[in-house]
Ligand binder design. Structure first.
Ligand SMILES: Cc1cc2nc3c(=O)[nH]c(=O)nc-3n(C[C@H](O)[C@H](O)[C@H](O)COP(=O)(O)OP(=O)(O)OC[C@H]3O[C@@H](n4cnc5c(N)ncnc54)[C@H](O)[C@@H]3O)c2cc1C
Length: 456
């Protein structure tokens, strides 16, 4: 026998009398409180759809997973009327991205001309971003966030997903829903449980993340340091650098065997301006290995289930686009699904429309990341001082190249907009132009890379 224990807006708590198992009912159960899940939860609750977000951790703090909030995401904040408050959260503003390649300083992307309100990338720790969205989402009565709820399986009947089984500190819970949104990242439980087929794209790199303090005369906007077979990314976080040392996949153990001093020397060799601060690295415990993957589901849905964000397509850190792509997926999903969810008429055909809308931007972005990885691979093969390729010298002088790259990275392909927002700025919906710009950028990168390989 079942008893309705309590009724809250957006969630019905049904308690089984004969057993300790609790059942919750909602309209959309979102698994994963990362960028995709929190944004989808916010948007659906804003539209009045009862939604419950399950997050397996107890808070938003976790390993460094990227800080880059791109102009496309900032534009969505503007469209939602949240931008002013969002920019009050401490962050740094990156107006251009560049680096030093074999001693040659270059600018890769210049965001000052992107057709959005914010002409910069906001560097904000991911936990601050997620806390901001969750606070705003909690103002909607239809929103529930359940921390420390880990989805362990799907509830199914006759081939349809009916909800989620979750493990919580208080015991197991069943959450029944019209739709389960798998936003649980690249190790997604939902996609595994649904047996969705994953297509893997080989990745030759891993990243070691650590912090080093920053001083006044350090470069402000500089990002990549590439030389001597090594790549070091330094992200300005105010009083410290979030540093990412890119290594050959699977080579971390070998580096550890060579010792911390050898690692410190490697970092110092390509960024000598760090000086004595390199001594701040005293223990391997300060250095976190993050394994990079690129993959994509061939089908993002099953009846009653839709995967988005990294759960549908794991992204590499190259270009710092993963968070933003996950958020774009969430916006597209909310635009297409909020009304059908409200009216109880969600079909698999609608879920397929979300995949159709977001698959092209995903494919193009992942292709660019795969190409960027090839450049890293080539750098690894040249342990001596790097010769600056003429293509880089020439490219950095051609007017407009940095603007195009800034647009591709900062705004992306097929940028999404909040449904019903009028008076959008200039960049909305121009798919053909977007594809042309991206095709140009991919061709330029591919040709430059091939020419460079021929030369070396
Ligand atoms: C080393 C590294 C650096 C990166 N740097 C950047 C960067 O600078 N900029 C950028 O834009 N992107 C970056 N990315 C990519 C970016 O982190 C992801 O693309 C992005 O976080 C995807 O968002 P998501 O919401 O889909 O998934 P995630 O951010 O992975 O969020 C998934 C959430 O689901 C939760 N979860 C998982 N399983 C369960 C479960 N069973 N039950 C309940 N909850 C669950 C997790 O705890 C997590 O909170 C980086 C990635 C890596 C690996």
């Amino acid at each position: 026998m079942l008893l309705v224990g309590a009724r809250a807006w957006g969630e019905i708590i049904v308690q089984g009398l004969a057993m300790a198992l609790q059942t919750l009912e909602t309209t959309c159960c979102i698994v994963g409180g990362g960028p995709a899940g929190m944004m989808l939860g916010y948007l659906l609750a804003r539209a009045g759809v009862p939604v419950t977000v399950l997050e397996k951790h107890n808070d938003f703090f976790r390993d460094f997973r990227g800080d880059t909030v791109h102009p496309s995401t900032l534009e969505l904040m503007y469209e939602l009327g949240l931008l002013e408050d969002f920019l009050k959260v401490p962050h740094q503003q990156l107006t251009s991205v560049g680096g030093v390649f074999g001693g040659f300083p270059f600018q890769a992307a210049n965001f000052r001309h992107v057709p959005t309100h914010c002409k910069f990338v906001a560097l904000m720790p991911q936990w601050d971003f997620l806390s901001f969205i969750s606070k705003r989402a909690k103002t909607f009565p239809a929103f529930r966030l359940r921390m420390h709820y880990e989805a362990v399986d799907l509830l199914r009947e006759n081939g349809r997903v009916l909800g989620v089984k979750a493990r919580t500190p208080e015991g197991d819970v069943h959450i029944r829903a019209d739709l389960v949104a798998g936003c649980d990242g690249r190790h997604s439980t939902t996609r595994k449980a649904a047996r969705l087929e994953v297509q893997e794209f080989g990745v030759p790199i891993d990243v070691l993340w650590f912090r080093i303090s920053r001083v006044g005369n350090d470069p402000e906007q500089l990002f990549g340091n590439i030389n001597f077979g090594k790549v070091l990314i330094l992200i300005n976080r105010g009083d410290y650098f979030q540093a990412g040392f890119i290594i050959r996949k699977g080579s971390f153990e070998e580096m550890q065997r060579k010792g911390l001093e050898a690692f410190r020397q490697s970092v110092h060799q390509i960024a000598p301006y760090l000086g004595d601060r390199i001594e701040e690295l005293k223990d391997w415990a300060q250095i976190k290995l993050l394994s990079v993957q690129i993959n994509r589901l061939t089908r993002w849905h099953r009846p009653g289930l839709l995967c988005i964000g990294d759960a549908a397509h794991a992204m590499s850190p190259a270009g710092g686009v993963g968070i933003n792509l996950a958020i774009q997926d969430a916006v597209a999903a909310a635009n297409l699904l909020a009304q059908p969810l409200l009216h109880g008429c969600i079909t698999e055909a609608l879920l397929a429309r979300v995949q159709r809308r977001r698959e092209l931007p995903t494919r193009i972005t992942q292709r660019m990341q795969v190409n960027a990885h090839k450049v890293f691979e080539h750098v690894f093969q040249n342990p001596g001082p790097l010769k600056v390729p003429w293509q880089l010298k020439m490219g950095s002088r051609i007017p407009g190249v940095q603007r195009v790259l800034a647009r591709v990275v900062g705004v992306g392909i097929r940028p999404e907009h909040i449904s019903g927002v009028r008076n959008r700025p200039v960049f909305g919906g121009r798919l053909v132009r977007g594809i042309a710009v991206c095709a140009g950028a991919i061709t330029a990168v591919t040709v430059a890379y091939r020419l460079w390989r021929v030369q070396n």
